[in-house]
Design a protein. Structure first.
Length: 121
């Protein structure tokens, strides 16, 4: 089991073919690490001020510490796989059960398991 940094997981997640920016997803700018929330279309909201002209998806890193973002990630995995369960197995390892089988591998965190599931075909 390889330990992966949150930024590496974030980059892997948004590179997946099943990735979509869902409303409520949080990210931060590469410079300054100020958090923004995706509103929809191509609009980002820093707090209550919407500034869609200075932000682009390429400038953003997914904030996997944000609970709403983790919920959006779970939703994307469920869209790709259907009903599933993310399970803590033991020894700080996580797996995903989908339908009648385990998805590939053990992972160091729930988020790592979700990203790996999103990467599967």
């Amino acid at each position: 089991m390889t330990v992966t940094t949150p930024d590496e997981l974030a980059r892997r997640a948004v590179a997946c073919k099943h990735w979509r920016w869902l409303p409520g997803t949080a990210a931060y700018r590469l410079e300054g690490r100020k958090q923004y929330r995706f509103v929809g279309g191509s609009t980002w909201a820093p707090g209550c001020v919407v500034d869609p002209y200075t932000l682009a998806f390429a400038d953003m890193v997914l904030d996997l510490d944000d609970p709403a973002t983790r919920g959006c990630l779970l939703e994307l995995v469920r869209r790709a796989w259907g009903p599933l369960t993310v399970t803590y197995v033991h020894d700080q390892r996580w797996r995903i059960w989908s339908h009648d089988r385990w998805l590939d591998g053990y992972h160091e965190s729930e988020v790592a398991a979700l990203v790996a599931a999103l990467e599967e075909p």
